[in-house]
Write a protein that binds this ligand. Sequence first.
Ligand SMILES: O=c1ccn([C@@H]2O[C@H](COP(=O)(O)OP(=O)(O)O[C@H]3O[C@H](CO)[C@@H](O)[C@H](O)[C@H]3O)[C@@H](O)[C@H]2O)c(=O)[nH]1
Length: 463
Amino acid sequence: MSTMEPSHTHSPHIAVIPSAGMGHLTPFLRLASLLLSRNCSVTLLTAKSTVSNAESRHISFFLATHPRVKHLEFDLIPPLQSSNSSAQDPFSIQYNAISRSAHLLHPLLSSSSPPLSAIFSDLLVAKTVACISADLLIPYYLVITSSARFLSFMLYLPAFVSNPDKFSSNAVEVEIPGSSPLPISSIPLPFLNPNHLLAETILANLGVVPEAKGIMVNTFDWFEAETIAALNNGIVLSNLPSVLPIGPLQAYEFDKDQSQCLPWLDDQPEKSVVYVSFGSRTAMSNDQIRELGYGLDKSGCRFLWVVKTSKVDKEEKESLEELLGESFLERIKNRGMVVKEWVNQDKILAHPAIGGFISHCGWNSVTEAAERGIPILAWPLHGDQGVNAELLQKAGLGIWEKTWGMGNERLVKQEKIGKKIVELMDDAELRSRASKVGREARKATELGGSSDKAIMGIIENLT
Ligand SMILES: O=c1ccn([C@@H]2O[C@H](COP(=O)(O)OP(=O)(O)O[C@H]3O[C@H](CO)[C@@H](O)[C@H](O)[C@H]3O)[C@@H](O)[C@H]2O)c(=O)[nH]1
């Protein structure tokens, strides 16, 4: 993005309110950094305790490198106890706690100095933020951390859950107005159970979406043109505010990476390495992790693999030797690097040695790969990831083997994995289509590009 300064004398002061997990925090910090570069003042509001170490480390580092940002923390009221075992996902519990604690934001926001010009918040606190913004007579904008396609589905969620007969066990897809039908198999499991904490939290906040001044989405026009048009033409929801694609949001400098990954990549030939990572909060079963390892070995490709065995980094205990065996690590050591730590993914994807990405299709990972034009082998595991996998395949950014299923529902064998990796790395047409996606993504964020114009329009409206 450009660092063009607004021509106005009054620079807006914006409160930025993410929810939980790196997948939600990262785009908000990137947006905050972008706003600063456009001469805005920023106040960042976060919950006093985070779920993962990665979040608290990133917040601290961000504040240290962006000293103009004011940071305010709010308390969390104790989480709801639920008998539903699927609700025990620590991130869903935190989303719910943040959503229910959002009223504690009022005194922090109303006493802000200089007074706030706007609030940019995650959907999961929208209900309270809408009331506060009405009280303070300032606009609020929603920031969607997933795809526009997934936003369409979320907006359709109230209709979906209130009409279960329409979605009988025989149904294979859901018709979302203005969008191609969504396979039932891509719908996140919590949404098939309206009593799930995550579904409950989203449903509780959806009602105020029409009160937002605008809905920013970390996507770009070219990538999701049909969906964005449908959202903006009132086909999905008649009273929807403008949907504004502002992505891919750019990474800010995060230079504390002490790992050996980048030096190792420096020694690998161009586009020869497949990067494997399943984001910040997704763990495969240990059996699946081992099959993936043998599959990587069978493919004969070079690889950089970030292994994650538990949802939250605080629980990671097992060593790589215990998990994969010393003989595996010895066998692959000349063409594979396996780590079990936080890596600087954005820098890795930007490295010329990377030729492909095996990804769970968390939306940040997808947008980061899109920006670099890196082809993805989609392996969605939960949440919005099936929806994202489908759309990235349609846009030409990757391939998705649907028969592998979502999550740990079936064990995908090493032979299949090995073959797919070879397909990912050898397909010249796929590589060229992915490069085109990269060119379009970069065009969107250049000065005068569609995403650049969208963010400048918002800032100008606030001055
Ligand atoms: O070692 C690591 C692991 C992750 N990342 C970064 O962490 C972010 C992870 O975000 P994402 O790729 O979106 O995955 P999740 O952490 O799984 O994100 C959650 O939030 C996303 C945005 O709402 C959803 O799309 C996902 O399904 C949901 O799991 C990305 O920026 C990665 O670059 C690193 O830099 N290093």
